[in-house]
Design a protein around this ligand. Sequence first.
Ligand code: ZN
Ligand code: ZN
Length: 134
Amino acid sequence: MPRRNPGRERPQQRKSTARHGERGDAFRCVGCRLDVSMIAPGTAHRNHCPHCLTSLHVDHRIPGDRRAACRGRMAALSVTVRQDGEWLIIHDCQSCGELSANRIAGDDNALALLRIAIRPLSDTRLPVSALLTL
Ligand SMILES: [Zn+2]
Ligand SMILES: [Zn+2]
């Protein structure tokens, strides 16, 4: 798991009194400002934006428990695949640094998922080209 790049640090978002426009059935994405319905195909708890995959640090241990006081912005850092083949997004909280794994939803942006999945391969220190010359 690659650690957070310190150069990528953004200034802390000030806690606004407008609670990210969150209602019971929808939320406003803190990444791209999309209004996102909580109803998602294939998952009981929509916890990230289907467009840019950004999430909010609201869950403490169990998805949907809403017990975290942090409420920091969680950026999609990486993807991983469970033994049963299900994809998970690794979210990285920009405020407290906590990592969490979240199931993808059926309507998540496939290009955004792929972009994260191949990010390690774009590291020029890896001899990816060696694979192609076999
Ligand atoms: Zn978004
Ligand atoms: Zn946090």
